[in-house]
Design a protein around this ligand. Structure first.
Ligand SMILES: Cc1ncc(COP(=O)(O)O)c(C=O)c1O
Length: 420
């Protein structure tokens, strides 16, 4: 396909409903760790479709799975079994503590399913208990119920009235969580590392406490692993690292490695949908399931996760060196879901300058950069990105009389930030 000219990009953008501020470039192709725009400018990509492209852009295994499956069977319909659906469900259950899977098309839809399943379980087992405890600053999606579950302040006034039945409590606060439990509580739902909030990990003692609370009060624990699952944090699933004991886990993003597939994975003991309660036209379609199987098999291959952890250590070391040199803050997160505090400097401002310099980054907060590269990252790309960042930071924090623009936190408006 012939790349569009800059003018065509600008003219055609008017046909899209504007839902976020996008830079005036149009990506044409991607390979591994790099994206290329309409002018064939290359960018080292540390956003990777928002922590989605597990194996980077257009990896061979995904191409082959797509071609092979599309030649064989694309869509028999959700009311029939198909082979990739069965194989992927088995793969996820055999490599986790769970027994059964429901496939969806997006993380929000998987979470919606988890909320529905918890409510159904409450109807059948807890005299109609339906309330779900969620956490401040959490992010669970953009359907009406998942926006209602989300603890993002900016969502609070939107699309009223919200879906009722969500009680928000401060993250990592066990006493507040316990205090919020009443007879109508059916589940606690959390991200073990809050990604959109700026990569904020759960405290292990808090997670251990949630395990106990759930047992004591006979309520379900739902882990939203849409962002943390499939190796992103260095273990296949974050619940394993945090020793959480969930009854329901939701997956998305990295599960498809770039194609739209997500899943709700559950313990058999609480799996209580009746026929007709849940479904969807594209759920479990063979094309997406075949690609996802290829991605998950790569992540399960011997040495893959060890390599993720090794490169993560190297990345963290290099970020610390950078932080020391330029007076930035600490690095947090785990595996290849990392963030760094930018101190006085505007993180959205750095994102813009980095993009101009050929590095794609994200700023979930005014003072934080988030790094979510492909899990196939090597030290070579770490060195390349850190060198680009170092050049940019030395320009930014030159002595005041040499500076053209100040870029203090708060200078760039938050519309430069896309939140999920
Ligand atoms: C933790 C978490 N849950 C749910 C979602 C929503 O997933 P999707 O955008 O696929 O609906 C996201 C997206 O960023 C997420 O990070």
């Amino acid at each position: 396909m012939k790349p569009l000219s800059q003018n065509s990009v600008l003219a055609k953008q008017n046909y899209l409903i504007p839902i976020t501020k996008r830079p005036e470039i149009c990506f044409v192709r991607g390979k591994g760790h790099y994206l290329y725009d309409q002018n064939d400018k290359g960018y080292l990509d540390w956003v990777q479709g928002w922590a989605v492209n597990t194996l980077g852009h257009s990896p061979q295994v995904m191409q082959q799975a797509l071609i092979k499956q599309s030649a064989q069977l694309i869509n028999p319909g959700p009311a029939f079994y198909n082979q990739p659906m069965l194989e992927l469900a088995e793969l996820l259950c055999e490599n986790s503590k769970f027994d059964e899977v429901f496939f969806t098309n997006s993380g929000a839809e998987a979470n919606e399913g988890a909320i529905k399943l918890a409510r159904k379980w409450g109807q059948k087992n807890k005299q109609g208990a339906f309330k779900v405890i969620t956490f401040d600053h959490s992010f669970h999606g953009r359907t009406l119920a998942t926006m209602s579950a989300t603890g993002k302040e900016a969502f609070a006034p939107l699309f009223e009235p919200k879906v009722s039945g969500f009680t928000k409590v401060p993250y990592n606060n066990l006493a507040a969580t316990e205090a919020a439990i009443d007879d109508q509580t059916v589940a606690i739902m959390l991200e073990l590392i809050q990604g959109e909030a700026g990569v904020i990990p759960a405290d292990p003692a808090f997670v251990a406490g949630l395990n106990v609370l759930c047992k004591q009060h006979n309520i379900l624990l739902i882990v939203d692993e849409v962002q943390t699952g499939i190796g992103r944090t260095g273990s296949l699933f974050a619940y394993q690292y945090f020793q959480a004991e969930p009854h329901i886990m939701t997956l998305g993003k990295g599960l498809g490695g770039g194609v739209p597939i997500a899943a709700m994975v559950v313990d058999k003991a609480i799996s209580c949908f009746d026929y007709g309660d849940q479904g969807g036209t594209y759920n479990g379609n063979p094309l997406m399931c075949a690609v996802s199987t290829a991605v998950v098999q790569e992540v399960l291959a011997e040495g893959f996760l060890e390599q993720v952890n090794q490169v993560s250590d190297y990345f963290c070391q290099q970020l610390s060196v950078l932080a020391e040199e330029f007076g930035l803050g600490a690095t947090r997160g785990s595996g290849l879901l990392l963030a760094m505090n930018t101190g006085q400097l505007s993180a959205p401002g750095i994102v813009e300058l980095a993009r101009e310099a050929g590095l794609l980054l994200n700023a979930p907060r005014e003072d934080s950069l988030r790094f979510m590269p492909a899990l196939t990252l090597t030290e070579k790309e770490v060195d390349e990105g850190i060198a680009l960042l170092a050049d940019l930071l030395s320009e930014l924090i030159k002595p005041e009389h040499e500076q053209e623009t100040g870029l203090l936190a708060g200078d760039m408006v938050s519309e430069n930030r896309c939140d999920d």
